[in-house]
Design a protein around this ligand. Structure first.
Ligand SMILES: Nc1ncnc2c1ncn2[C@@H]1O[C@H](COP(=O)(O)OP(=O)(O)OP(=O)(O)O)[C@@H](O)[C@H]1O
Length: 366
C-alpha cells in the first residue's frame, strides 16, 4: 500500500537522524566531560604554583592563599558540573520546543469533523469523487470516480500501478477527504461519520501484517477491550489460523517476537485477517494482502479470505488473477475513473483497458 512506503521512508529518515544526532551528542558530551574535569586539575595546579610564588615573595600570607584557592576551586568545580549538564539542557530546550509545536497543532482537522455513529452497513457508493494529494496538487489521482458496491458483495479493484487503487481504499477509511463528490456507506456520508467509529467498522488487511511484540491474543485484540477471548478464538478459526496457534507451546499466549519474527509471512497475514474479523465490522478492505507471500502461504491466506468474505462487503485491491476470480465483480481504475467493470470473462471480451493490461502482463497469475 502506498502509505506504508511513505511511512517507511519517514521512519528511516527519522531513525538515521536520531543515530547521527546521538553519535554527535555522545562525542560532544565526552569532550565536555574531559575538558571540564581537566580544567579543575589545571586550575588547582596553577593556583598552587602562583600561591607558592606569592607566599615566597611575601605578598600573600598562607591563610590568604588558602582562601583564594578555595574560592577559585569552588567556582571552577561548580562551572564544570554545570558543563556536564550541557547535553541535558540542550535536550530539554529541544523537548520544550517540540512540546510547544504539538500544543500549537490545529485540532480542527478533516478527521475531527463528523460526529455521527450510525450502524455502518449497506451499499458503498462513490459519487463523482475527485481527489488530489495535497503534496502533488498538480496531479489529480481520482478525477471522477463513480462506483457502487452492493451490501455483502465482493469486489476487486484493479488497474495499473499508480492508478489510484489504494487511494480509493484510503478514502474509504477517511484517511483523506475527497476534493469534491461524496462517499457513503448505506445512507451515511463518510464526511459526517465519526472517524474512530468508521475505522472500527471498516477493517483493513494490508500487505504488511504490522504485528507487535506481544502475545497472539493481544495482537488479534489490537487494543480493543470489547473483543473477548471467545471473539478472538472465533476470529482465529474463521481466519484459518486457530490450529496453528494451538500447536504452539503457549497457544494464544505465545509471544510473536519483534516484527513477528517467530512466525511465517502467511501465518502473520492470517493473524492480521483474524484481527480484522474480531471487530464488529461489516466491511473488509484487503490491499494487496497476498502480494508478499509464496504460493503455499498465499493459498492458505486466500482460503481464509474466502471464509471471511461471507456476510461482509469485501473490497480487494489486487494484481492477482486468482484473487480477481474469487470476487463477484472487478472494477478497473484507469485515468482517474472506473473505466470498466464486470467479471473476468466479461472484461476480457470487452477488449478494453482490462484486456490490454492482461495482455501486457500486468496481472500475476500464481
Ligand atoms: N501520500 C501521497 N502523497 C502524494 N502522492 C501519493 C501519495 N500516495 C500515493 N500517491 C500517488 O498517487 C498515485 C496513486 O497511488 P496509489 O497508491 O493509490 O496507486 P495504486 O494503484 O494503489 O498503485 P500500486 O498498484 O502500485 O500500489 C500514485 O501516482 C502515487 O505515487
Amino acid at each position: 500500500m502506498a502509505f506504508e512506503k511513505i511511512f517507511q521512508m519517514q521512519f528511516d529518515t527519522a531513525a538515521n537522524k536520531a543515530l547521527t544526532t546521538g553519535v554527535r551528542g555522545a562525542f560532544v558530551e565526552g569532550c565536555t566531560y574531559g575538558v571540564a574535569s581537566g580544567l579543575i586539575y589545571v586550575a588547582e595546579a596553577l593556583l598552587f604554583y602562583v600561591g607558592a610564588v606569592l607566599i615566597a615573595r611575601g605578598t600573600y600570607t598562607y591563610l590568604q592563599m588558602v582562601e583564594v584557592l578555595n574560592l577559585v576551586v569552588f567556582s571552577v568545580t561548580i562551572g564544570s558540573q554545570l558543563m556536564a549538564f550541557t547535553e541535558k539542557i540542550a535536550k530539554s530546550v529541544q523537548a520544550t520546543s517540540d512540546l510547544n509545536k504539538l500544543m500549537q497543532l490545529d485540532t480542527n482537522t478533516d478527521e475531527s469533523r463528523g460526529v455521527l455513529r450510525p450502524t455502518l452497513e449497506g451499499n458503498i457508493t462513490f459519487n463523482h469523487v475527485r481527489f488530489t494529494y495535497p503534496e502533488r496538487p498538480e496531479a489529480p489521482v481520482l478525477k471522477d470516480v463513480n462506483l457502487k458496491i452492493e451490501d455483502g458483495e465482493c469486489v476487486a479493484i484493479v488497474g495499473s500501478s499508480g492508478s489510484g487503487k489504494s487511494t480509493i481504499a484510503g478514502l474509504l477509511q477517511r484517511l483523506y477527504e475527497p476534493d469534491s463528490g461524496s462517499i457513503a456507506i448505506g445512507l451515511n456520508e463518510l464526511r459526517s461519520t465519526e472517524v474512530h467509529h468508521l475505522r472500527d467498522h471498516v477493517s483493513v488487511v494490508s500487505q504488511h501484517p504490522n504485528l507487535f511484540d506481544a502475545t497472539i491474543a493481544e495482537n488479534i485484540r489490537y487494543g480493543n477491550k470489547a473483543v473477548s477471548a471467545i471473539d478472538i478464538r472465533r476470529a482465529a478459526k474463521a481466519a484459518n489460523v486457530h490450529e496453528f496457534i494451538m500447536s504452539l507451546p503457549h497457544g494464544y499466549d505465545t509471544m510473536v517476537g519483534e516484527n513477528a519474527s517467530l512466525i511465517s509471512g502467511g501465518q502473520a497475514q492470517r493473524l492480521q485477517i483474524a484481527r480484522a474479523l474480531a471487530r464488529p465490522s461489516k466491511i473488509l478492505i484487503l490491499d494487496e494482502c497476498t502480494s508478499a507471500l509464496d504460493p503455499e502461504n498465499q493459498a492458505a491466506v486466500l482460503e481464509a479470505i474466502y471464509n471471511a468474505k461471507f456476510g461482509r462487503t469485501t473490497v480487494m485491491v489486487t494484481h492477482k488473477l486468482q484473487v480477481m476470480r474469487m470476487c463477484d465483480r472487478i472494477l478497473v481504475v484507469h485515468d482517474g475513473q472506473v473505466a470498466e467493470q464486470g467479471t473476468y470473462e466479461e472484461l476480457m471480451r470487452l477488449k478494453g483497458v482490462f484486456a490490454d493490461l492482461a495482455n501486457g502482463g500486468e496481472w500475476v497469475s500464481e
